[in-house]
Design a binder for this molecule. Structure first.
Ligand code: MLT
Length: 409
């Protein structure tokens, strides 16, 4: 008799975004011809920029020629991309990395979901609430949590509420925790942290032998020069932090797939009897067994992000999205909503009108304005009464969505 991994049965409803798609499809089926505008999932809408397209075309031509054809690439990624990442994303802020510390992958969702595999099941996990659901669900699947309670909190996970009251900045937990997921700029709240705040986390992790899993997928959207882009801007962070980055939102790679994860050589975690183990070696071992590398064509495209033209062109795309964020923020503020984020992040986080739950507001907005957003409660109980709008839509759609919003108020 084949038995299942019963941890999967602990998971609450379906994954958030498929559930939203399901509701939108049902609405469309009953309302044919209505134009629905999605400010829901954070999915790129601007096309790949010319520098990337040219690099990918060249890579396809390489693959079509028996002299330059490439089969399996290194599981950790091609040196040409790893070197470009280190030189452009880290060296300018004084961060030195070895090539062995950067692992190219096919997505930050996969990496933030898979990373927990190399840590023991007895670790106590700390997450913000609201939180990107992947961090929680993958730990549930692995068996690192208890059942969900009536609020949707899983047993054994330490939740760090992030609300307007604490400026969406999690407090350091009072109890001992072993693995801490932080995402800044934050999905979903759009909040950011200063170097001083990040230093407190690094110091906490160092004194508790904890590991920080730092999701920096949205760092390119930071506009304030004082806000750190990498956790390694903080002294000592290489001893305690893994950082995740992605080309999805910065270069329109949601469909192309390419990302990377930094696992410093200094980072250690421990065996049950206290023996130190290099986390980098474990992640390398895991990747070599389960992953055959991101495609050569994707990596060639990603490397073009770092050329002079690529940088300029990608910046223009980011500016389009951030202009959208400003339109959303300003329109909703004029309409009297409490609005957060959207300044250093492509997500705007708003309070729902009094008395409406996040899902009630989702339904109202879909039905009355034919606009899709993401219910805050889908990211955790502390997200109840909030709603997330993404700045990744097309500018005209964003403007139209804001006009329609006015009718719903
Ligand atoms: C989101 O909308 O939260 C993101 O698109 C999800 C993701 O990056 O996986």
């Amino acid at each position: 008799m084949a038995t299942i991994n019963e941890n999967f049965l602990k998971l609450k409803a379906g994954y958030l975004f498929p559930e939203i798609s399901r509701r939108v499809r049902a609405f469309s089926a009953e309302n044919t011809g209505k134009k629905i505008i999605s400010l829901g999932i954070g999915d790129a809408t601007q096309p790949l920029v010319p520098a990337i397209v040219e690099a990918m075309k060249k890579a396809v031509a390489d693959m079509a020629d028996k002299v330059t054809f490439r089969g399996y690439g290194p599981e950790q990624g091609y040196d040409f991309l790893i070197e470009a990442v280190i030189k452009n994303d880290f060296n300018p802020s004084g961060i030195d990395l070895n090539r062995s510390e950067v692992f190219i992958s096919d997505g930050a969702k996969c990496d933030t979901g898979n990373i927990q595999e190399i840590f023991g099941l007895n670790n106590i996990i700390a997450v913000t609430d609201p939180v990107y659901p992947v961090y929680v669900d993958t730990n549930v699947m692995a068996g690192r949590t208890g059942q969900a309670d009536k609020n949707g909190h899983y047993g054994k996970i330490v939740y760090m509420p992030c609300t307007a009251e604490n400026n969406f900045t999690p407090d350091i937990p009072a109890q001992k925790v072993d693995i801490i997921y932080l995402c800044f700029p934050n999905n979903p709240t759009g909040g950011v942290v200063t170097k001083e705040v990040l230093k407190k986390w690094v110091d906490f992790a160092r004194s508790n032998k904890a590991v920080i899993l730092f999701d920096a997928a949205y760092e390119a959207f930071i506009t304030d020069p004082a806000i750190p882009h990498s956790i390694y801007e903080i002294d000592g962070a290489k001893e305690v932090a893994i950082e995740f980055r992605s080309f999805s939102k910065t270069a329109g790679f949601t469909g192309v797939r390419c990302a990377f994860t930094v696992v410093p050589e200094q980072l250690q975690a421990w065996t049950q009897d206290g023996g130190a183990v290099k986390v980098n070696s474990l992640w390398n071992r895991r990747q070599c067994t389960k992953f055959n590398g991101a495609s050569y064509i994707s990596q060639a495209g990603a490397a073009a992000v770092y050329t002079a033209e690529g940088k300029k062109q990608c910046r223009q795309i980011i500016d389009i999205y951030m202009a959208n964020a400003a339109v959303i923020r300003e329109s909703l503020t004029k309409l009297g909503y409490d609005v957060y984020g959207g300044v250093n992040a492509p997500y705007v986080w708003m309070k729902t009108p009094a008395g409406l739950s996040s899902w009630d507001f989702f339904d109202r907005l879909l039905q009355k304005a034919n606009v899709v957003g993401t219910p805050g409660s889908g990211f955790g109980p502390a997200g109840e009464g909030y709603f997330r709008l993404t700045a990744f839509a097309k500018p005209d759609d964003v403007k139209e969505a804001m006009q329609r919003f006015a009718a719903v108020r």
